[in-house]
Design a protein around this ligand. Sequence first.
Ligand code: GLU
Length: 419
Amino acid sequence: MTPVAPTDEMSSFEAVNWFFDQSARRLGINEELQELMRHPWRELTVSIPVRLDNGKVKVFTGYRVQHNGARGPYKGGIRYHPKAELDEVRALASLMTWKTAVANIPFGGAKGGVVCDPGSLSQSELNRLTRRYIQNIAHVLGATRDIPAPDLGTNAQTMAWMMDAYGQLHGYTPGIVTGKPVELGGSYGREAAPGRGLVYCLEEWASLTHFPIQGTKVVVQGFGQVGSWAARLIGDLGCIVVGISDINGGIYNPRGLNVQDVLAYSLSHGSVVGFANADAVGGTELLELPCDILIPAAVENVIRADNARRIKAKVVAEAANHPTTPAADLVLQERGIVLIPDILVNAGGVVVSYFEWAQNIQEFRWDEDRVNQELAVFMKQATQGVVETAKRDNISYREAAFSIGISRVARAIELRGFV
Ligand code: GLU
């Protein structure tokens, strides 16, 4: 395949494959194996008829994409979002394949999505939608086949409904989904895991590269499950959070924000906007604020070729999935901005999902300290691997992470004798 110059107009799946191609080519993986790893193994699109509270039936569309299962059961979240679409679910499924491989946990990659606006549906509508979606995809799921988890717009309650719907068909199977409520076999520490994993990753990266992280200024874009935990926990490294945004806008105080107060404010007001002792900034403007570490923790494609030139951070740590387009990635590299990629930084969520699954199939429970200690081990080992590979081969951290992931998946395919 001839390399093409990336643009912001690429679809999400093209963009992820651009990163894939770059690393697979450099590794010298043969074309046939590359082709096999680029394509999803199975894609399912289902209709989900739901009776709304007003008595009318509405048909929603749902997807489940199983990208690669060479290293273990397919694994990945399910998002509920009005703009969910097959190409994006495919891209995110592929990222899960490389993420589980970089983290070295025994899973493949998958992702699901339902096109809906969860904020405009009642709890009972969401319950019915979730059950019907699971019934319609249950034949490709299983605790040793494909294990969903939360993602944008879904949470522990959604997972509880999924477990129940699957259990009605197959009997009690807690290992069918991860990210469940603790009362139903969820793992302690799962909710905070993506944020905590990010902190372990940054801590290890800073120590390996002698980056003075103490006292650095951090901006967090997105204040949902991932962003709010990252903002809360990054203070453990001595960092100061100066900017936070959510879907409604952002707040900035160069002297530092009290994250606990911001959280309490956002819980009672439904947004960080209006928080006292801070200036109001627009969501896009927030990415360009002066800071040392920028943490995009919201949605895809927010760092693009145009705004990448205006980013002032020294380090970008991708807590969201695919927040940077390949074209922006090149601009950041050119400008000497260090980028620590999503498939490493946000792997904490799926690592603790692995612990949850392992606890479920053993019908055993770990306490939160044990979960966090084991998470630290996985995140630090994965970070060491990426930093060492980047240094040895003189490549970016993203290329290093993809290279590690691709090599592990390629080896698993060869050992299984797939081709
Ligand atoms: N949705 C999360 C992710 O993108 C978690 C996936 C999982 O735990 O399976 O990594």
